[in-house]
Write a protein that binds this ligand. Structure first.
Ligand SMILES: N[C@@H](CCSC[C@H]1O[C@@H](n2cnc3c(=O)[nH]cnc32)[C@H](O)[C@@H]1O)C(=O)O
Ligand SMILES: [Zn+2]
Length: 446
């Protein structure tokens, strides 16, 4: 067995206790094998030479001295290649932003744009301790290629809409979504999984939505969709059907085990109950909801009701970065404002949303540092001024740390970033290429 030792650090356990522990990782299975002093001799040796970075019996060793080993953060909703549209159109509400700026620009996107934009996203995620993500976009086979080379874990799907398109085009788009999901699920291992991804409850017509859900069940993959993001999305459903969107969602066959719904901002008590009674998850995207002034999701109420809640950044054009530490902080801050209660969404709950919550939503056996779980983790440097003193490290993760405090990133037992150097992608080349590709895209749109 080839092994990776993560030594000399402190470890954040699932109950959020913290101990000084080493990890032994089996790289073949990509799982955590042991937590604790790996053997007594090692521990003795370590105390006599704290700076040692080579372990005699491990194939590879990662020094976490002064750091906290946390579960890799999981970005459970986004559109990775939208990094190319970062800062392209800001300060507008959802509908105008999509229709006036984003969709016209996306109409010009090529497979190469998607590949380059997704590589840029991968660099940003690895740098900021994100090891897994969900992606709803186009040209997903190219996204899968980037996931493969970057070493990240991802759940991918082709997003499709029917509004504003001839029926035949919309149907073909739905077929692309189903076929991609069926063909790429668990392709080349278990780092890539898939879902069928109708864009939203209002941008896909009922017949296609029903069919997409049915086809997803046949292919044994979940469904991912935007839901209840703005009032403007809720009102037409209520006006047309006389029911709120979650009842409509149930009616078309959604809210099954494995399904996950982005946003869920404007959900009433009955809808929260429906979500809680279902095996589907809500993905909270606080920064995107704030920037587009969509509203504040009732996250504490959802958690209290027992809804499974994950956390996501949404695309980089409505955030405008992919740093999940920011998202954790925004979830806590907006959760308090929205509930008018400083005790709402405490640090620990926000960290859980980005780790075990997102993992459960995406069906990843990760989001926790535990024997048998996937070895998806990040090592956060704790010796910075803004993280001193260390009264409460979970508080620091939520309120004081940022992605740039991440020193190492590991996914599936492989080191993706060591001492802030990304090993799987050429960061300088990726950013340079992205700058060129984005300029070219904007030229084509103009
Ligand atoms: N526009 C595509 C649909 C699906 S891909 C996913 C889409 O979600 C869009 N998107 C990004 N952020 C949001 C959001 O917050 N709400 C709704 N859609 C978004 C994104 O720009 C992309 O167009 C089509 O023509 O078939
Ligand atoms: Zn989105």
């Amino acid at each position: 067995m080839t092994t990776l030792h993560v030594v000399n650090g402190r470890v954040l356990h699932p109950d959020h206790s913290i101990t000084e522990s080493d990890l032994l990782i089996d790289q073949a299975s990509g799982t955590i094998e042991e937590i604790g002093a790996v053997d007594a001799e090692d521990a003795d040796e370590r105390s006599s030479s704290a700076n040692r970075t080579q372990s005699d019996d491990a194939d590879e060793t990662l020094d976490a001295e002064g750091g906290l080993v946390i579960p890799g953060l999981i970005n459970a909703h986004g559109h990775a290649a939208m990094t190319l549209l970062r800062g392209y159109a800001d300060d507008k509400p959802l509908e105008a932003w999509l229709q006036e700026d984003i969709w016209p620009a996306e109409g010009e996107l090529t497979a190469e744009d998607i590949r380059v934009g997704t590589e840029l996203a991968a660099v940003e995620m690895i740098r900021s301790g994100t090891t897994g993500f969900a992606d709803m976009y186009f040209e997903e086979p190219h996204v899968a290629g980037v996931v493969d080379e970057s070493g990240l874990r991802a759940l991918l799907g082709h997003g499709f809409v029917s509004v504003g398109k001839p029926e035949a085009d919309a149907r073909a788009d739905m077929e692309t979504s189903v076929n991609f999901a069926a063909q790429y699920d668990k392709v080349g291992g278990d780092r890539i999984s898939t879902a069928v991804m109708p864009h939203s409850l209002t941008t896909v017509n009922e017949a296609l939505l029903r069919e997409a859900v049915e086809r997803a069940r046949e292919a044994d993959v979940p469904v991912h969709i935007h839901a209840n993001e703005t009032e403007d999305e809720v009102d037409p459903i209520v006006a047309e059907r006389g029911v709120r969107p979650m009842e409509y969602a149930e009616d078309v066959g959604l809210l099954a085990d494995g399904d996950f719904l982005a946003h869920c901002v404007h959900v009433d008590d009955d809808e929260i109950e429906r979500l809680a009674d279902s095996d589907a998850a809500a993905i909270h995207c606080p920064a995107s909801n704030a920037k587009l002034a969509s509203g504040i999701a009732p996250v504490q109420a959802m958690l209290d009701a027992g809804v499974s809640v994950g956390l996501g950044t949404d695309g980089a054009a409505s955030n405008n970065d992919l740093d999940m530490f920011d998202e954790i902080r925004d979830a806590a801050m907006l959760g308090k404002l929205g509930a008018d209660d400083a005790a709402a969404v405490p640090a620990s709950a926000a960290v859980r949303m980005a780790t075990e919550g997102s993992a459960a939503a995406l069906g990843f056996d990760a989001g926790r540092i535990e024997v048998g779980a996937k070895a998806d983790l990040a090592v956060v440097d704790l010796d910075a001024a803004h993280l001193t003193p260390g009264h409460d490290l979970v508080s620091h993760l939520a309120y004081a740390a940022s992605g740039s405090d991440v020193r190492h990133t590991v996914c599936d037992g492989d080191v993706l970033m060591e001492d802030r150097e990304i090993l799987t992608l050429d960061e300088a080349a990726v950013t340079e290429r992205a700058e060129e590709q984005a300029a070219d895209l904007i030229d084509r749109v103009a």
